[in-house]
Design a protein around this ligand. Structure first.
Ligand SMILES: [Zn+2]
Ligand SMILES: [Zn+2]
Length: 161
């Protein structure tokens, strides 16, 4: 491993504790910073060279080869099946119906093609999250009101000039 590779590797680790999708951080051509452009695509801010993370690679391949199975995508892109499965679970990728990826709704158990829940349960799930957010917001607002009248304790914790 060359010095530059070591430096690159260290910087990569420093930048990302959790590098689940093998995000490109430095340009392989010039060592410039890879800037996120969206949907798994990155562009070197120095030379304009393009790079892709696992999501970008898998997504591009599926776009070019509709109906590809998880094994085909993994074989062609070098992205691990575990990583692909994770992306499918997060609804980031949709694998063709003919593929060998089988997912089940975590609530009702029906077969689904992407994500964690079927459409019906997902809607219900979102309503629940929204309800929780609403409750949390109400609690925060209540907390704020108390802070204002908390007197010296509050002033100590939130010094403002
Ligand atoms: Zn570059
Ligand atoms: Zn369901």
């Amino acid at each position: 491993m060359s010095d530059r590779e070591k430096k690159t590797e260290k910087l990569r680790k420093d930048l990302l504790d959790e590098d689940v999708y093998n995000r490109p951080t430095l340009c392989t051509d010039c060592g410039g910073i890879m800037v996120f452009k969206g949907v798994g695509e990155y562009k070197c801010e120095d030379c304009g060279s393009l790079g892709y993370d696992d999501y970008g690679k898998a997504r591009n391949y599926i776009e070019m080869h509709p109906g590809a199975t998880m094994a085909e995508v993994a074989g062609a892109t070098g992205v691990t099946q575990k990583s692909i499965r994770e992306m499918v679970r997060e609804s980031r990728l949709e694998i063709a119906a003919s593929s060998n990826v089988f997912l089940r709704c975590e609530i009702c158990g029906t077969t689904i093609r992407s994500g964690r829940f079927c459409a019906k349960c997902e809607t219900a799930h979102h309503r629940e999250i929204e309800e929780r957010a609403r409750n949390a917001k109400n609690i925060n607002l209540a907390g704020f009101g108390m802070e204002k009248s908390a007197g010296e304790d509050g002033a100590k914790r939130f010094k403002r000039e």
